[in-house]
Design a protein around this ligand. Structure first.
Ligand code: ZN
Length: 118
């Protein structure tokens, strides 16, 4: 797996405004496998399988010290922490929570990560 590290972008939310929002969400999900996303976003994330729910990495939503409470679904991108209770259904929901941004900002930033602006 050889992916570039990147930083969240800001103020790029209108770059793909000619696409419908459901299409933009779909493009992100087709372009960004959850396993690659979470390798970048979660400390000590070491997926031992390629699909389904896995329990791995430190939860970014509380002061997590030990691997064991945070799970992600490698098919859907859903996530859940059994310690602090933070959960969501996909990588966009994760991004919004981690970076405290709104849906449209998360969409634009993830499009940047996927290279969908080219
Ligand atoms: Zn947590």
């Amino acid at each position: 797996m050889n992916q570039k590290k990147w930083r969240p972008a800001t103020d790029r939310r209108n770059r793909l405004s000619n696409h419908s929002i459901p299409q933009r969400v779909l493009n992100i999900k087709l372009s960004l496998p959850p396993v690659l996303f979470y390798l970048d976003e979660i400390q000590r994330f070491e997926p031992k399988r390629e699909s389904g729910w896995i329990n791995s990495g430190l939860c970014p939503f509380h002061n997590d010290k030990n691997v064991g409470s945070f799970s992600v679904n490698l098919d859907s991108g859903a996530f859940k922490c059994f310690s602090c209770g933070t959960a969501g259904g996909d990588v966009i929901a994760f991004y919004r929570l981690k970076y405290c941004c709104d849906f449209m900002t998360a969409l634009a930033d993830l499009e940047g990560r996927c290279g969908l602006w080219r």
